[in-house]
Design a protein around this ligand. Sequence first.
Ligand SMILES: [Zn+2]
Length: 62
Amino acid sequence: MTDTAAQEISGHARSVACDGGGGPLGHPKVFLELDKDGKVCCPYCSRRYALDADGRIVEVTA
Ligand SMILES: [Zn+2]
């Protein structure tokens, strides 16, 4: 599970890779599938991701 090329994010992609930001606070990279509202919360590091207005998946910092 080292090659991530098959999970390229595009307009139709509904998953995002999260590794917790790497470093000592990171975790093994996982792919998170967005729910029907276009949002997901990482079970490892509690980062939240959502679709922005352009349909890209971005980290929610608020
Ligand atoms: Zn994470």
